[in-house]
Design a protein around this ligand. Structure first.
Ligand SMILES: [Zn+2]
Length: 394
């Protein structure tokens, strides 16, 4: 008898958890993430699901039933650095529990149902979000991806065999259940929501070059200090995004030489920006960059800006979203946009009809140990997912 949701959830709770922060460090292809994958494959085996893997770290476990294009559901098991328990694993564990629920209902699917785990969704190791699904859909080529390196200089090509993936060739529909990463459902008083669209978003590397010098003997007016240019840029980005109802975040900074008593020679900082439309995103990043370049000219520093990844706006299939959201106990579920990227967005952009279900997060906090979902809401999520799969595989 396979484990139920709560038991599975408790199995995963200690894996990759930091004793100091209570947060999770489940970076792709590291020991904790491998442990989660081994757990996943054991759970699939216990359910008699047929496991397929590609050489890129993606896995799909099939409930072979009926005929025609497969109905896929799942999410990811990796986390950001010091992340929460729910972002990713909630969708995987709920998918397994939904399969159990459908079987206990005696449901015979008219098409195969698959449970998926995509690799490196967060981009916390090789720097590119949704790396596994980008490779699986062909949105990114292996020849380019293999050169990506982590902070220790290890290349992706050194940790996975690579190649092309045929894992999604038989997939006709994808449904991803995910913890909500904001407060929309909390404010609405709803346990479940359905995604309408994903805001476009991008990651941009800003390099500010100056001149290293002594923190004591160098007069303030003689300095060429890239930290100042960076600080001004971060403040300006925050203000511009705030005034326009958009998002701009500098969450990662590297300083060279990173000494307390030295003016730095180089500051590298990464901007994460998100807006309601592609045009607004372009405008926002252009404005931040222009303001930063002005400031660099005044500081005597130089700015180099490199977009690392830009994901266009994704609109989920409206008919599918309406079908998923309609007619539940207590009425229809709300259909809401999200500012977070997901594998579902990559599959939708690749032309696979895709839907997302969100489960309420009472803290509204994500990518942090404070991320949470109440157990009753998680169980509502499982039955919501099972209902959705039933509607789509009848
Ligand atoms: Zn996620």
């Amino acid at each position: 008898m396979p484990d139920d949701f709560e038991r599975m959830w408790n199995d995963l709770a200690p894996v990759g958890r930091s004793a100091t922060s209570g947060g999770y460090f489940r970076q792709p292809f590291t020991a904790p993430e491998q442990e989660l994958r081994a757990w996943f494959e054991a759970q699939c085996a216990a359910r008699g699901l047929r496991v397929e893997a590609d050489g890129l770290g993606n896995v799909v476990a099939w409930w072979d039933a009926g005929s025609g294009p497969g109905l896929l559901t799942g999410s990811h098991l990796d986390s950001v650095l010091d992340g929460g328990a729910y972002d990713g694993p909630l969708g995987v564990v709920s998918a397994l529990a939904a399969v159990d629920l459908l079987r206990s209902r005696g449901f015979a699917p008219a098409r195969p149902i698959g449970v998926s785990v995509f690799a490196e969704e967060e981009g916390s190791r090789f720097g590119l979000a949704c790396l596994g699904s980008r490779l699986a859909t062909g949105a990114m080529a292996w020849d380019r991806a293999r050169e990506l390196t982590d902070r220790d200089g290890v290349a992706l090509g050194d940790v996975v065999p690579g190649g092309t993936s045929s894992l999604l060739s038989s997939v006709g529909t994808f449904v991803e259940l995910h913890v909500e990463q904001g407060r929309d459902l909390v404010d609405r008083g709803e346990a479940i929501g359905v995604a309408s669209e994903i805001w476009p978003h991008g990651r941009y590397r800003f390099e500010f070059a100056g001149a290293a010098n002594h923190a004591g003997t160098t007069r303030m007016e003689d300095r060429v200090d890239p930290m100042l240019t960076y600080a001004f840029t971060a403040l300006g980005a925050n203000k511009q995004a705030r005034l326009a109802g958009q998002r701009a975040t500098f969450g990662r900074v590297e300083v060279t030489p990173n000494g307390t008593n030295a003016v730095p020679s180089l500051v590298r900082a990464w901007l994460d920006a998100r807006c309601a439309s592609d045009a607004e995103l372009e405008e926002l990043v252009e404005a931040i960059t222009a303001q930063s370049a002005d400031r660099a000219a005044r500081d005597g520093t130089t700015l180099t800006m490199t977009p690392e990844s830009v994901s266009r706006a994704v609109a989920f299939d409206p008919a599918l979203a309406a079908l998923v959201a309609a007619d539940h106990e207590g009425g229809d579920w709300p259909v809401i946009p999200t500012q977070a990227g997901h594998d579902a967005g990559i599959l939708a952009a690749a032309g696979i009809p895709t839907a997302m279900l969100f489960v309420r997060n009472p803290t509204g906090v994500s990518h942090s140990p404070a991320e949470h979902a109440e157990m009753p809401d998680c169980l509502v999520g499982v039955s919501a997912l099972a209902d959705t799969l039933e509607r789509l595989a009848r």
